[in-house]
Write a protein that binds this ligand. Structure first.
Ligand code: AFP
Length: 343
């Protein structure tokens, strides 16, 4: 029996019709979806096509680039230039804004992306993903600069990610809930498999890189100690811990069964602002999580209200099930109130 679930294209067309759009948005998302299918195909073929391993370059953050980081960045750029819907692009892998080359039409949207998040996992065949965020190009701006991208996450028009895991999935929000689509390789299309994803408020699972424990701030240490104390601790509940080191995989797990993900600031990261990037990781994931009923905070403020100061700005990230994120915010507030000089 062929399935009758809507494809991602039909789903977006329907959504656009409901809000009375022009069709530009459908077509622009189709370009991003195509790019993700192409990246997914390269990730999937891995060693067969010689794309594993490191490239001979570093990105703007001084991190060694994988061959697939570079290739995925190229694929996203190519797919988004040709469609004519974007005015410019910015990526975690590029120092500056990528303009639309002369001779191509220029659109009204800005594309922000992390072409291959979690890429340190590629060679060991663990899930990685592409994260993207779409912003409106400010009125009257023909040649966008970095300043035009510095919009708080609350102004995102759309956010999503592709997860290259045991199946390839696309998870998307345009501000009306979150929907998940699975790539049907037989027809070459993403098909709606996870409508209206909701993150449960309560959870017994948390994710943090515990090797950084000596560097944590007291509110984070308090939270983790209380969780690991289990049934005999103050939470009187047994918790489980996970760490994939691939944010897309962690957020996806949280969307499916709840949980909380932390990449907080610590004594080593404080000078940099955090580890994860506000525009490429923090904001898009915050929009998805909030749209699914969860919360996303730095510990001290809502991520989507942070005013970006630079394209590659970093931010502390605490997101997921609302009961736990709220508790972490309370712990930060209590600590800051008791230690005003340190806050
Ligand atoms: P890479 O893309 O360099 O692998 O980084 C992945 C990431 O930005 C995010 O996806 C993970 O949650 C986090 O970094 C992992 O950080 P650790 O290396 O500290 O585990």
């Amino acid at each position: 029996m062929p399935h009758t679930r809507p494809t991602i294209t039909h789903f977006i067309i329907d959504e656009q019709r409901r809000i009375g759009g022009t069709g530009a948005f459908t077509s622009l998302l189709a370009d991003v979806v195509t790019a993700c299918k192409m990246i997914g195909s390269q990730v999937n073929r891995g060693a067969l096509v010689g794309v594993q391993g490191i490239a001979d370059t570093e990105n703007v953050q001084g991190e060694v680039q994988k061959k697939l980081d570079v290739l995925s960045n190229e694929i996203m750029l190519r797919a988004s230039v040709v469609g004519g819907h974007f005015a410019a692009m910015a990526s975690e892998e590029m120092e500056d804004v990528h303009p639309i080359p002369e001779g191509y039409p220029r659109g009204h949207y800005l594309l922000v992306f992390d072409p291959l998040d979690g890429s340190s996992n590629i060679d060991v065949n663990i899930s990685v993903g592409t994260i993207f965020s779409i912003l409106r190009c400010p009125e009257g701006v023909e040649h966008p600069t970095a300043a035009d991208f510095l919009q708080p996450g609350a102004r995102q028009v759309c956010a999503g990610y592709a997860l290259y895991g045991s199946s390839t999935m696309m998870v998307l929000t345009t501000g009306q809930g979150v929907n998940g689509f699975t790539l049907d390789h037989a027809v070459g299309e993403f098909v709606l498999t996870h409508p209206n994803l909701r993150i449960p408020a309560a959870t017994d699972e948390f994710a943090i890189n515990a090797s950084r424990e000596p560097l944590w701030e007291p509110p984070v240490r308090r939270y983790v100690e209380e969780c690991t104390a289990g049934a005999l601790g103050p939470r009187a509940k047994k918790f489980n811990m996970r760490w994939v080191a691939s944010m897309v995989a962690e957020v996806h797990r949280i969307l499916i069964r709840g949980g909380v993900f932390l990449y907080p600031t610590d004594s080593e990261l404080a000078g940099k602002g955090g580890k994860l990037r506000l525009l490429y990781e923090g904001n898009p994931m915050a929009m998805i999580v909030e749209q699914a009923g969860g919360m996303a905070s730095t510990g001290r403020r809502r991520i989507m209200e942070v005013e970006p100061q630079g394209l590659h700005q970093r931010v502390p990230v605490i997101l997921g099930s609302s009961d736990e994120v709220r508790r972490l915010i309370d712990y930060h507030r209590e600590w800051d109130a008791a230690n005003p000089a340190a806050a």
